[in-house]
Design a binder for this molecule. Sequence first.
Ligand code: FES
Ligand code: FES
Length: 160
Amino acid sequence: MSHAFIVNGAQVESTAPDDTPLLDVLRDELDLKGSRFGCGQGLCGACTVLVDGRPVLSCDTPLWAVAGKAVTTVEALVRDGTGARVKSALIEAQAGQCGYCLSGIAVRLTHAIDTGLRNRAELADALSRNLCRCGAQPRILAAAVAVAQELAQQPNTKVA
Ligand code: FES
Ligand code: FES
């Protein structure tokens, strides 16, 4: 049986077994390597993607669960809009160390900012769902706060 869904705006179909982790389909079938394998157990957030606009852990999401849904990976999310701002802020601040966690974190923070989170405490809470083994969270959080505050000062800021 195959499962049809949308990835970054394109219709895709996978014949992988029902319980194949979405992360494996993204990386191995669709060659979208931005979503990372960290723990594989739904604990670290390195594999975070959006499904129908909400953050999910793709290592812990079976293929069948995304049938008919829209998946957005970091590759598309940071092309423009809030995602591009988050990416630039992380790079400008040299926020990461090894960088392994950053794609999942960029997805998480872009969603958090797009849903209206603007202050440090709110963003820190969102960030708490993604681990950084290098301990770079303070720089990552500072970059996110800078983006959120910049948007807060602009009228017509997108709030999804
Ligand atoms: S790799 Fe998915 S949560 Fe760690
Ligand atoms: S920068 Fe290395 S895991 Fe976060």
